[in-house]
Design a binder for this molecule. Structure first.
Ligand SMILES: [Zn+2]
Length: 136
């Protein structure tokens, strides 16, 4: 299960590291390595050797890879950082939805059916309930 819940074009927030709190669009996704490149995040400096007159070389700055677990998707509808839930519609199309508000995270081909189903997509994590050692 190495499937990523993010796609290029998604808006994400950085959770850790020097760019913590920054938001940006995902520029590229590498599912094999489980990392992404995010606009303006984890900028790395590359020294480029001159190749020819058109490419004089020098120092280039570009986003470097960050682990996908270090980012969280930001819902375009409610603006909150959220986990991704999956929904399968009546046509069998799988889409990604915001776990907080249920809005679709896939902007493409939204079938204007905004049927709000009450939190059906939310998976609850089993809470670890501390055992009460109530020995009276
Ligand atoms: Zn939302």
């Amino acid at each position: 299960m190495n499937k990523l819940n993010v796609k290029s074009g998604d808006k994400v927030i950085v959770l850790t590291g020097k760019d913590k709190g920054k938001t940006g669009k995902i520029l590229s996704v590498n599912p094999e390595k489980g990392n992404v490149k995010v606009e303006g995040v984890n900028i790395v400096t590359k020294h480029v050797k001159p190749r020819n007159a058109n490419q004089p070389g020098g120092i280039m700055k570009e986003p470097g890879n960050i682990d996908v677990s270090n980012v969280m998707i930001v819902c375009p509808a409610c603006g909150k950082q959220t986990r991704v839930a999956h929904k399968i519609d009546e046509n069998g199309n799988k889409s990604r939805v915001c776990k907080k508000c249920g809005a679709s995270l896939d902007a493409t081909k939204s079938t204007d059916k905004k049927a709000k189903k009450s939190d059906s997509a939310v998976e609850e994590k089993p809470k670890k309930t501390a055992k009460k050692a109530a020995k009276a």
